[in-house]
Design a protein around this ligand. Sequence first.
Ligand SMILES: Nc1nc2c(ncn2[C@@H]2O[C@H](COP(=O)(O)OP(=O)(O)O)[C@@H](O)[C@H]2O)c(=O)[nH]1
Ligand SMILES: [Mg+2]
Ligand SMILES: [Zn+2]
Length: 299
Amino acid sequence: MLRADQRRLGQAINTRCGIVSGVFGATALVDLAGETLRAEAGTHPVVAGDQVTVAEIGGNLTIVKLQPRRTKLSRPDVGTGGEQVIIANIDVVVIVVSVASPPLHPRLIDRYLVAIQQGGAESAVFVNKLDQLTDPSELDCLNPYIKSGVPVLMGSAAERSGFEELQAHLRGRVCAFVGHSGVGKSSIVNRLAPSAQLDTGSVSEGYGRGTHTTTTSSRHCLADGTVLIDTPGVRSFGLYRLTSEEIVASFPEFAGCECRFADCTHTHEPGCGVREALDSGHLSLVRYEAYVRLRDELR
Ligand SMILES: Nc1nc2c(ncn2[C@@H]2O[C@H](COP(=O)(O)OP(=O)(O)O)[C@@H](O)[C@H]2O)c(=O)[nH]1
Ligand SMILES: [Mg+2]
Ligand SMILES: [Zn+2]
């Protein structure tokens, strides 16, 4: 604990533990045994899902302690290049994509899969707006992910289809929804947690891109113990201090491949099991190319 914290705790009364459900500048919403209260973030940069201790200091509720994070999802901070934690203590991160407006972007899935693996959570993909699917071949690009073992679920928040499977997959766990703006993250959370009443946005005609309707993450608890965290949309997703091991770890289909060299990068070495699997058709070219693209970012 920081010395400043100890000093503060000395004057603190009514110390209680809670979970951050949203952050607005220097103020955090903290769920404390059923009631949600505003607390000053103090010296602690907190995010939705953080477990914190709050105390009354000089009449103000203030966060005085941040518990270590069990899992997290991070990206590089645009300004400083340091770590920007987006959400904490999640079990599953659902990467939401939509089949139309905005169209499917598998490359964003690749990036999220690595970052989610890096932060210690489980990944899933939810393909939304199935009601807008005109050409079923648009879904073919998801086959490599399904083959690699990523749970890929589909449905429509507008028509409420596919939600039983989604609910069953998430039940009892802490789940965050991430992805491009306009794919329907907030609409999905509203369907699963009607009391959330999140604003949902329009998708601009010209680009098929979403506008940033959701500006901050928010946390919603369901009666069955499931916790849902809605997050603001992204235009792109940077990767924070990625290592080659972390990239490989997000490609479970590489696990059975044996390479001649223990430190094989699977790019140019002779006797590479990964490239043999690629040549023999056991490994998808799309996934291999995703690997090579991510590796290129290491340099
Ligand atoms: N056709 C269709 N539109 C949807 C669906 N889900 C969401 N939308 C619409 O897509 C737009 C963006 O939704 P929103 O939930 O704000 O997306 P977010 O930015 O990912 O949170 C809104 O106009 C929603 O009404 C869906 O399943 N089908
Ligand atoms: Mg939203
Ligand atoms: Zn290799």
